[in-house]
Design a protein around this ligand. Structure first.
Ligand code: GUN
Length: 281
């Protein structure tokens, strides 16, 4: 029998814990999200982040900037937030419109307010197995979920499909730091099915619905589905063909209700921790 890994339930538990701890603080954690342009998926994600931060009792502000915002305007906003003592976490929602290069901005966010863990200082600390100020939210959520279900990470063969800076690369590094044996596969990988089938833990983060099928999954493997895309019928779809592998996998994350809510829970945890750290509480 395949066990479903309930990210929604675990996320609710984490969010409640943070809410209770926040109620005891003298000052509220502050999260600022910057959304540039009108990418429909980003708008939904940002609304959700705003709501969860409010529910946790944080000061939650979203800066919605127009599609044609110029580089200097965005840099000025980041500088203002870096210097605002009520702000603990700054999140620049990606992707940015084509005329803006994310790396012109991510390294301008104060590393101690870098709630996404994307600043080169934080990425470097993860690379060196040092404590970063914040760990990227989706990888952190996946690790929290694996730990909750007591999945053995040390010594496990992990295959990650997808090498993005947001998910694949930081997750690979974090799992390596936990002594897993990690393979990162991507669009140019040969013999993907054979490689995937070696995995004790298979993580797919491609955004291609149903690409992970039964022939790619070892019996009893843990399958983590990071993909989330809305199909032409308005249905949310992951990378994994859930019905085909559901008897093969030992554990599987559903879409929706798996990794997605864990990403938000991690963001709220990160904002809380940055507040504690900056205020030396
Ligand atoms: N776009 C998709 N996922 C993320 C994320 O975790 N952080 C940011 N900033 N943008 C994203």
């Amino acid at each position: 029998m395949t066990q479903i890994m309930d990210g929604k339930a675990l996320s609710n538990k984490i969010l409640n814990e943070i809410k209770e701890k926040t109620a005891l603080l003298k000052t509220k954690p502050g999260l600022c999200v910057i959304l540039v342009g009108d990418n429909p998926a980003s708008r939904i994600y940002v609304k959700n982040k705003e709501k969860q931060a409010q529910d946790a009792g944080f000061n939650s502000t979203v800066y919605r900037l127009s599609e044609n915002t110029d580089k200097n305007e965005l840099l000025r906003l980041i500088d203002k937030l870096n210097n605002d003592n009520t702000v603990d976490g700054i999140l620049l929602q990606l992707p940015l419109p084509k005329h803006l290069n994310p790396y012109d901005f991510l390294d301008k966010i104060d590393p101690k307010k870098d709630v996404d863990g994307f600043h080169p200082v934080n990425a470097g600390k993860i690379m060196l197995n040092e404590n970063p100020y914040a760990v990227p939210c989706t990888p952190k959520g996946i690790l929290t979920l694996l730990d909750e279900y007591k999945i053995q990470i040390e010594g496990a063969n992990v295959v990650i499909i997808g090498r993005s800076n947001i998910v694949g690369k930081p997750l690979a590094q974090l799992l390596l730091n936990r002594n897993a044996t990690v393979t990162v596969a991507h669009s140019k990988t040969k013999n993907l099915s054979e490689i995937a089938k070696q995995a004790d833990i298979l993580v797919s983060a491609t955004g291609h619905p149903d690409m992970i099928t039964k022939d790619m999954v070892k019996k009893g493997a843990v399958v983590i589905d990071v993909g989330i895309i809305r199909d032409e019928n308005g249905r949310l779809r992951g990378d994994v063909d859930f019905n085909s592998i559901k008897e093969t996998a030992g554990f599987i994350t559903p879409v929706p209700g798996g990794v997605g809510p864990m990403t938000i829970a991690s963001l709220i945890q990160n904002t809380y921790s940055l507040h504690i750290l900056r205020n030396k509480l």
